[in-house]
Design a binder for this molecule. Structure first.
Ligand SMILES: Cc1cc2nc3c(=O)[nH]c(=O)nc-3n(C[C@H](O)[C@H](O)[C@H](O)COP(=O)(O)OP(=O)(O)OC[C@H]3O[C@@H](n4cnc5c(N)ncnc54)[C@H](O)[C@@H]3O)c2cc1C
Length: 299
């Protein structure tokens, strides 16, 4: 199978290229203006599209479509960012196919699995068109040690029929965390009573060298943490080495985002909380006593 890979972030591109070797024999990356040697180490070929002034990522859709038309890969995989999903959808419409979104598994035969009904069930699907398109989250495809041949070829930019006009650009406050690549993650939930108490969780994170994420209500309802940091079916899908759930009940919509973690530790005052069903280690207790005690010992 010939697999093409496109991602917004270089780290995701490298991870997807390495992982794609699990399912395909030939891996080719599509990048905007690649001058980075790292790209060439993981793909058999890198298609480099010249960067355009004031172009949005979506403006490269027609160029990617032209490349697909000429090179005819069997599968095109994307990092599951909003922008990449937009491009994936438009390309699928152009190619008369569909997109398998947010896959949690993809086989060599091209069968993808993804969560439906808010994470309560898994749907398996396979596209029966010559080109299949999928978006795949971090940690789903396990990396391979095989490297590529490192050839870069320029592919000319195709002017989009309807170009997006950029009126204004404003810097978004940069997130100081990169949860998908963190080896240790603390997830904090509604067990926390006040926003100030997050300080105690951050202290614990510093001590164990972890990043802090949260359950959806902490981001969406309380707005104590950025939306980009909540974990679960409608947020981030993570697979860290260690996940510590503090004051999180463990509803399925949350656990599907963390149940691929290698080790799960849960702290909850309710011994019947569903999160303990996912945990390798569980502490039944009030987090306001357990977290300071842990800090005391770990420091
Ligand atoms: C379509 C849909 C999509 C959703 N997507 C997501 C998603 O992506 N991510 C997500 O997280 N949720 C999602 N949800 C919401 C999800 O169903 C849960 O409501 C949410 O995960 C619960 O968050 P929580 O565990 O923080 O809060 P709660 O369920 O309120 O749990 C709080 C927990 O803290 C414990 N606790 C309280 N005080 C203490 C204390 N002092 N010490 C120790 N423990 C304490 C309680 O025993 C309880 O178990 C979604 C829901 C729907 C319907």
């Amino acid at each position: 199978m010939k697999v093409f890979v496109f991602a917004e972030n270089q780290k995701a591109l490298l991870e997807l290229c390495c992982g794609a070797r699990q399912i395909g024999e030939r891996i080719e990356a599509i990048v905007i203006n690649s001058q980075d040697d790292k790209d060439t180490e993981v793909a058999d070929k890198v298609w480099s599209i010249p960067q355009q002034d004031n172009a949005m990522l979506e403006d490269y859709t027609e160029t990617i479509a032209a490349l697909l038309e000429r090179e005819k890969p069997d599968l095109l995989i994307f990092e599951p960012t909003k922008r990449c999903k937009l491009i994936a959808g438009r390309l699928a419409a152009m190619a008369g196919t569909s997109v398998m979104t947010d896959l949690i598994e993809l086989t060599k035969e091209g069968e993808g699995s993804h969560l439906v009904y808010g994470g309560a069930a898994i749907r398996k699907e396979k596209l029966n068109t010559s080109l299949a398109i999928a978006t795949i989250g971090p940690g789903v495809l396990q990396g391979s040690k095989e490297t590529g041949k490192g050839e870069i070829e320029l592919f000319p930019f195709v002017e989009p029929i309807r170009k997006i006009k950029v009126l204004n650009k404003e810097q978004k406050p940069k997130l100081s965390v990169n949860l998908p690549s963190a080896k240790r993650v603390i997830g904090v939930g509604r067990g926390i009573a006040k926003e100030e108490d997050l300080g105690m969780i951050r202290q614990l994170a510093d001590v164990i060298n972890a990043e802090v994420g949260c359950s959806r209500p902490i981001a969406e309802a309380e707005r104590w943490m950025p939306k980009e940091t909540y974990i679960g079916v409608s947020g981030l899908m993570l697979a860290p080495e260690v996940y510590m759930a503090i004051g999180i009940s463990g509803q399925v919509q949350h656990t599907v985002g963390m149940n691929r973690s290698k080790v799960v530790i849960a702290i909850n005052k309710d011994k019947n909380a569903p999160i303990f069903g996912q945990a390798d280690y569980g502490i039944v207790g009030d987090l306001y006593k357990v977290v300071p005690a842990l800090l005391d010992q770990l420091k």
